[in-house]
Ligand binder design. Structure first.
Ligand SMILES: Cc1cc2nc3c(=O)[nH]c(=O)nc-3n(C[C@H](O)[C@H](O)[C@H](O)COP(=O)(O)OP(=O)(O)OC[C@H]3O[C@@H](n4cnc5c(N)ncnc54)[C@H](O)[C@@H]3O)c2cc1C
Length: 590
């Protein structure tokens, strides 16, 4: 067995991985695990600096969590600077977004309102939304540095509160609350599952960035096009290579894909937390990391793409951009399909989407079509198929994107920004400013590549900035009390708006009885409010519905290593990659 192991190692060496590997005449080697945009960026940046890089991706295609939209809206330089830099570098063309998608819209009981319409036709709702936005902005302004959001005890206390509790205190009228809930669950997760500090921190990051900046352009082909551009640049990519174990020692890292081992000097681990939890690490991660793997909240957002031969809605219909409905329906938009036709993308988010897991893909699509036909009878003949992506039940993702729950910033803030010995972490979840976005994924890949270079140059990493050391993490009621202004004059008004004392507003209903989410109904666009079809058992027509796919939209051919191939036929049973290094070794490696 020992002999087999030695032979295996000899054959799979990607580069010499001894201490001498970093001598001047040796090309330094790195393995990147995960072929989403974070891993692709890290691999690209390291390769550009002269590293020999091997990228291992579990799936058969590259690009990771690319959404279903074939023609994604993207932000401008102000909103997504790094994304725009790469688009420029790879000469990927974008188209300016039409004016009407650059501001949000609202669907209230099936009727469409622009922001301007809302102000004139539903002034109470518009006013309440404004009040909510103002209060949130005041809260965001309390954070001086979004990289250190829990800078004082008051801010730290916000991490112990969930967003729903805060919204309750605002006493918004029912419709406004429903719309706000929908906006939050679409962008992050269910308000009750979100840390108020995280919500405020994100609002701080995007302060001064308007909706117009966020949807400034359209990227034809969506983020898969950007992923492809990276893939073209990389020399060694191995798809269908799920990493199962990682061993670090003082000389380098060994990565196992089943029975096959790869070695290199350093590693970038660019997989989502739930996927990382399944990889066996030697030496093991410490308790804080292990707790974060298990406990960090991910938002829930699934997507349904309905394809039509032609737009079945009126040409004047404005069902596009970010549209929030009070019917428990996720954000939806309509986009021109790349090769003619038209698509409707429906985002199902938060607890609505969690409940909908009981529905099969086809069942969900049928229910949506029933409702669409009620508004647009011509939809029946134009439907050509669908795709469904359920990120949260995908073992490789375990959720749509990071969305810190109450108490989690206090425990895990910037934890994954710090390398562990020879491993740097990347992925949207490791970016402190733009988690949950393409921008965050790209930035994290750049940061991880830089850290690998620093490690190779002998730099060691200081502990991350800790959340403010508040007296015994005042949780629960105590925290709410502190946040409510007991330790900082004027803070209550920033937290809940209005006076410094909580006063029951004259406004009606704070209690929101949101409609049951199931099943989702794409509401009509500018069409007059016709009643939504009841849950009739009618089978939605088209027999042509394509089976839901769960593959990335594109599948570039995997490039093969020019260096010695790993032995695929290594011992049938996985052998231990290497002896567990001693604690002493670990300390030195760090
Ligand atoms: C529905 C939805 C809509 C979105 N909309 C937008 C938007 O409009 N704008 C925006 O900016 N962002 C959006 N995002 C967020 C954006 O898509 C993500 O932040 C980004 O794609 C994450 O990239 P990543 O590289 O961090 O992770 P991923 O793309 O998840 O990449 C991780 C990769 O690791 C691989 N992997 C996992 N385990 C292993 C293993 N053991 N071995 C090898 N490989 C492994 C996975 O297969 C995957 O390819 C959206 C996300 C979702 C889910």
């Amino acid at each position: 067995m020992a002999a087999a192991w030695v032979r295996l190692c000899a054959l799979v060496l990607i580069g010499a991985s001894s201490a001498g590997a970093l001598a001047k005449d040796k090309t330094p080697t790195a393995i990147v695990v995960g072929g989403g945009l974070a891993g692709l960026t890290a691999a690209y940046e390291l390769q550009a600096k002269g590293w020999q890089v091997t990228l291992l991706e579990a799936k058969s295609g590259m690009g990771g969590r690319s959404g279903l939209a074939t023609s994604e809206w993207i932000g401008n330089n102000k909103a997504q600077p790094v994304l725009n830099q790469y688009l420029d570098r790879f000469k990927l063309e974008t188209l300016p977004a039409p004016e009407f998608v650059r501001t949000p819209g609202y669907l209230i009981d099936g009727e469409y309102f622009s922001a301007a319409d809302l102000a004139t036709k539903q002034p109470a709702t518009a006013e309440a939304i404004k009040r909510y936005e103002k209060t949130l902005d005041d809260l965001a302004r309390s954070i001086d540095d979004p990289l250190n959001p829990a800078a004082n005890s008051t801010l730290f206390a916000l991490d112990q509160i969930n967003v729903s509790t805060w919204l309750d205190k605002l006493q918004l009228p029912a419709t406004a609350r429903q719309l706000v809930n929908q906006q939050i669950r679409t962008r992050y997760d269910e308000p009750s599952r979100l840390s108020l500090l995280y919500f405020a921190q994100q609002s701080r990051v995007y302060r001064g960035v308007g909706d117009r900046d966020l949807r400034a352009a359209r990227l034809p082909g969506g983020s898969p096009v950007l992923a492809q551009a990276f893939v073209k640049q990389l020399k060694t990519i191995k798809t269908s290579s799920p990493v199962t174990a990682i061993v670090q020692d003082k000389d380098g890292v060994t990565v196992k894909v089943g029975a096959v081992g790869y070695q290199a000097d350093y590693l970038v681990l660019a997989v989502p937390l739930r996927a990382l939890a399944k990889i066996q690490m030697t030496p093991g991660l410490d308790n804080q990391h292990l707790a974060a793997l298990k406990g960090t909240n991910y938002g829930w957002r699934d997507q349904l793409l309905l394809k039509f031969k032609n737009p079945v809605w009126e040409s004047r219909a404005r069902m596009s951009g970010e549209i929030f409905s009070n019917a428990g329906l996720g954000m939806l938009w309509i986009e021109p399909a790349l090769k003619g036709g038209a698509n409707v993308v429906i985002n199902l988010s938060g607890d609505n989407a969690r409940l909908l897991q009981a529905f099969g893909d086809k069942q969900m699509v049928d229910q949506v079509l029933i409702r669409l036909h009620a508004f647009y009878p011509q939809a029946r003949g134009a439907f050509t198929g669908y795709e469904v992506k359920r990120y949260s039940t995908d073992a490789g993702t375990g959720g749509a994107y990071l969305a810190y729950g109450p108490g989690q910033i206090s425990k895990y803030w910037r934890l994954w920004e710090r390398p562990v010995q020879r491993v740097a972490f990347a992925g949207e979840h490791t970016d402190a400013l733009y988690p949950g976005t393409l921008e965050g994924a790209l930035r994290s890949g750049q940061r991880a590549a830089g850290q690998i270079e620093d490690l190779a140059a002998g730099k060691s990493f200081d502990p991350v900035v800790k959340a403010a050391p508040v007296a015994a993490a005042a949780a629960g009621a105590a925290a709410v009390g502190a946040a409510a202004g007991k330790d900082k004059p004027g803070f209550f008004s920033r937290l809940f708006g209005g006076d410094d004392k909580p006063v029951a507003k004259a406004e009606p209903v704070a209690k929101v009885d949101e409609p049951t989410p199931a099943p989702p109904a794409p509401a009509p666009a500018a069409a007059p409010a016709a009643p939504v079809a009841k849950e009739e058992p009618v089978k939605a027509a088209p027999a042509k519905a394509a089976p839901a796919k769960h593959v990335p939209a594109h599948k570039p051919p995997a490039k093969q290593a020019s260096k010695p191939e790993p032995v695929k036929k290594a011992a049938a049973k996985a052998e231990p990659v290497k002896k567990k290094p001693s604690a002493d070794t670990q300390a030195k490696a760090n």
